[in-house]
Design a protein around this ligand. Structure first.
Ligand code: HEM
Length: 351
């Protein structure tokens, strides 16, 4: 009888798992990689958890206006651990938004978006948009008052776009009014299209991250690279465990709200978006009436374009935050970029 080692050797000869394990765990990291570099792994963990909790919820969910609300209430109140799983999914969404923004802020602060990581950055921006689309489409699914009226606002916002506004709104609605087809479309987008896009983008993001190596500290430190396992893997594991503990505590103690069932005839209901869309909501108040597209399209579009183009606008190799005050929001005092000594980005693979 071959032992465990024999079994692994057999599997390796058929699949190459040992090389795969080495590729994943022995990644050389530059000296000085620290706790700031755990945010990407936290995101990966949260996304995987969202996939699991979402799959459990999908076992009970019925994407039809007559049953959606009751199916969500049934999971919350009558399925064992159903309320907890719904809590993991609900609070997990907010955790992902926070982790993604923190990860992005780390990348900006460390200047890690610069050459040669421009495309890694672009895949990151696309991931952020996909995450927001998940949040938007998920909001309608419970089919309660909040879901119905917030989605009405979203579709009206899309309709306010010049030229393509009406066709886009019609595509989002699926019919002349918000109803069964709308729910089905948003559900299909939430559980099929967006997960597929997310999967592809995450694979591309991680492939590019490995291709260029981790950027490491702002000022490269002397010393030999250290393997990911066990040195950084310990940090990742502890950080993920801490985040998971917070999420479990929230999901176990706070009941996810569910309003009354959607009532299309009750136009007095004032919907409020999730906290991460509040600033956009606030912006709407400054641009009423015909100026609405400025708040719904022009400003958000300009912000996304500016963020996406950041590596192409800030092309200096300089990574120290104090020398990049414009990017760090304070206004630059260093207009003569050529005078600043360049500092090559250390990349293990290319070093
Ligand atoms: C679903 C969301 C995301 C996942 C799962 C993810 C995952 C990761 C992981 C595991 C790393 C390596 C470890 C680290 O630096 O923390 C990384 C690096 C990176 N990420 Fe993300 N990320 C996501 C979103 C984003 C976003 C929103 C941006 C920016 C717009 C971004 C830009 C980058 C860049 C430029 C790097 C290279 C950093 C370096 O070399 O130091 N990522 N990402």
């Amino acid at each position: 009888m071959p032992g465990l080692t024999g079994l692994i050797d057999w599997l390796d000869s058929r699949t190459g798992i040992k090389a795969g394990r080495a590729y994943l765990l022995d990644e050389p990291l530059p000296p000085g990689v620290n706790w700031w570099f755990v945010l990407g792994s936290i995101l990966l963990f949260l996304l995987a958890l969202q996939l699991i909790s979402g799959s459990v919820l999908a076992m009970y969910y019925v994407a039809a206006p007559d049953h959606a609300y009751d199916s969500v209430r049934y999971v919350t109140d009558h399925v064992r651990f159903g309320g907890f799983v719904r809590g993991l999914h609900f609070f997990g969404a907010s955790f992902i938004v926070i982790a993604a923004v923190a990860h992005m802020a780390r990348v900006i602060t460390f200047g890690s978006y610069k050459h040669p990581r421009e495309v890694t950055w672009l895949t990151g921006v696309a991931l952020l948009l996909v995450i927001m689309a998940f949040a938007l489409t998920g909001y309608l699914l419970p089919w309660d008052q909040k879901a119905y009226w917030a989605t009405t606002v979203t579709i009206n916002i899309a309709r306010s776009a010049p030229v393509f506004g009406e066709p886009i709104a019609a595509m989002m609605r699926g019919g002349s009014q918000l109803g069964a087809l709308t729910l089905l479309r948003w559900y299909a987008t939430h559980v099929l299209l967006l997960p597929a896009a997310l999967g592809l983008l995450v694979v591309a993001h991680l492939y590019l991250m490995r291709r260029h190596g981790i950027s490491g500290p702002v000022t490269p430190r002397p010393g030999a690279p250290t393997p990911f396992y066990p040195y950084h893997a310990i940090r990742d594991t502890l950080a993920v465990a801490a985040v998971f503990a917070c999420l479990i505590t929230l999901a176990a103690t706070i009941r996810v709200p569910l309003d009354g069932m959607a009532d299309p005839s009750d136009a007095t209901y004032v919907p409020r978006p999730e906290w991460y869309f509040l600033s956009l909501f606030q912006l709407l108040k400054y641009f009423p009436g015909r100026l609405e597209p400025v708040a719904t399209m022009v400003i958000p579009g300009a912000v996304v374009a500016l963020v996406a183009l950041l590596p192409f606008l800030d092309r200096r190799p300089e990574r120290r935050p104090a020398k990049r005050r414009l990017v760090m929001v304070e206004g630059t005092k260093y207009p003569n970029t050529d005078a600043i000594p360049t500092q090559p980005i250390r990349c293990i693979r290319n070093a």
